[in-house]
Design a protein around this ligand. Structure first.
Ligand SMILES: Cc1cc2nc3c(=O)[nH]c(=O)nc-3n(C[C@H](O)[C@H](O)[C@H](O)COP(=O)(O)OP(=O)(O)OC[C@H]3O[C@@H](n4cnc5c(N)ncnc54)[C@H](O)[C@@H]3O)c2cc1C
Length: 399
């Protein structure tokens, strides 16, 4: 049996970000951290791969950079009932393929001296007074602290944090990749544009459809998908997706689905355990999780470094520090926005998005985290939306 200070379960963006932030703070920790990953990179991951500008800032901060093939998007098309608007910017989003992106993060983690055991699934977890015991098919490990970075269906969450909890916070998304060939009727690649379609909201869908330009083995494709905040809406998603595929001229393409755990007022810290990324919960308005994976990683690294220095394993106050941080507030606001946007406030909010350029610009800047916009208070953002014209002079995407 080997003993580690920290074992991270899962080598997706949240697990990788936690490890990268930890060794950035304390390089000597590198040899004392182990990541257990059930798959082998590059592993498939059902995801549209949109990186908002804040993710690129996080990659720069961690000195990782964006090294994988990507499509840079400069404008967004937003469709709401009876209206279509386009918001222009520069470098509003970078679209990657997750297999390549996650493998590049794992390589960066390894390059900093952190061990990743791939093809090694965590099978059991047990907390004792002095450590957490983990078993895999290959053996048994002990850790002073465990990070649950094992995604929406997190076993760490179920076994050590929340038990069998309410599943209403779990949403669902389906997607398909359609080659952009002669028959393709979609001009998003040519115009460096991605599309969001909220036209199904008034008929009760708590979600939206998207079309993203992407590259698969250097060939242009359009990634089409539908997201619903509640998994119970799942049966609606596939027929909607099939209609979208037909709309862009595709036929007989395989679709894939996966859950997305929304941020909810449930626990994500327990003695000797912190959850990060989808295991903890990401924003339920759009289902964007990669930027939050990086921010959870930063917070978890701070808390772990503090716990290791003090030998304080209860992680007292960690959850409150997250909830009151700017990122905790952003998640809370996005959860409230999702409740209003996909609920009784839908007609008013959809009309505001469609008609008011100030709302489009301020909303996108705040969402994208451009120039620290997401650290601004709600009132500041609202005021900026009202002063729409002034907002329009500020950058919308990356510099
Ligand atoms: C269809 C779809 C489209 C999406 N599009 C976007 C988008 O465009 N932009 C965006 O920001 N977000 C998007 N998301 C959300 C995004 O994919 C997630 O928020 C993100 O993957 C969370 O990262 P993570 O590291 O927390 O979890 P994951 O990426 O799920 O990584 C978890 C890792 O843990 C491993 N693991 C699981 N169980 C075990 C175990 N028992 N033992 C060991 N390892 C284990 C898994 O193999 C995996 O590698 C989308 C999601 C879906 C479903």
């Amino acid at each position: 049996m080997r003993e580690w200070d920290v074992i991270i379960c899962g080598a997706g963006p949240a697990g990788a970000a936690t490890a990268l932030h930890l060794v950035r703070r304390a390089p000597t920790l590198a040899g004392r951290i182990l990541i257990l990953e059930k798959a082998r990179h590059p592993r498939p991951k059902v995801c549209a791969g949109g990186l908002i500008p804040h993710v690129l800032d996080s990659l720069d901060e961690l000195e990782v950079g964006l090294t994988v093939p990507h499509v840079m998007v400069d404008r967004a098309r937003i469709e709401v009932p009876s209206r279509r608007v386009e918001v222009e910017g520069r470098r509003v989003c970078a679209i990657i393929r997750r297999a390549e992106f996650d493998a590049s993060l794992a390589a960066a983690v390894r390059a900093r001296g952190v061990a990743i055991h791939e093809d090694e699934k965590v099978l059991t977890l047990e907390r004792t007074q002095d450590y957490v015991r983990i078993t895999t098919a290959r053996g048994e490990y002990r850790a002073a602290l465990v990070v649950g970075a094992d995604g929406s269906g997190s076993m760490v969450r179920r076994r050590l944090v929340a038990g069998d909890e309410d599943k209403r916070a779990i949403g669902r998304a389906v997607m398909a990749d359609v080659p952009v060939e002669g028959a393709c009727l979609w001009d998003g690649h040519r115009r460096a544009r991605y599309d969001f379609d909220f036209r199904a909201v008034p008929s009760g869908l708590a979600g939206y459809a998207w079309m993203f330009p992407c590259l698969i083995r250097e060939q242009p494709h359009v990634n089409v998908g539908v997201y619903a905040r509640r998994a119970a809406e799942g049966p609606r998603l596939v027929p909607m997706l099939e209609a979208l595929v037909r709309e862009v001229g595709g036929a007989n393409v395989r679709h894939e689905a996966a859950p997305i755990r929304g941020y909810a007022p449930t626990r994500f810290v327990a003695p000797r355990v912190v959850l990060v990324g989808d295991a903890a919960g990401v924003e339920p308005l759009m289902g964007e999780g990669i930027s939050f994976a990086f921010e959870y990683g930063r917070w978890a690294a701070d808390e772990i470094a503090m716990a290791l220095a003090r030998g304080e394993w209860a992680l007292t106050g960690a959850e409150d520090r997250f909830r009151t941080s700017w990122v905790g507030k952003k998640l809370r606001r996005l959860s409230q926005a999702a409740t209003m946007f996909y609920g009784p406030g839908a007609p008013v909010l959809l009309a505001a998005v469609a008609r008011w350029p100030g709302v489009q610009n301020a909303g996108l800047r705040w969402y994208n985290g451009v120039d620290g916009w997401d650290r601004r208070s709600g009132w500041e953002v609202l005021w900026s939306a009202v002063r729409g014209a002034a907002v329009a002079r500020e950058p919308l995407g990356m510099r």
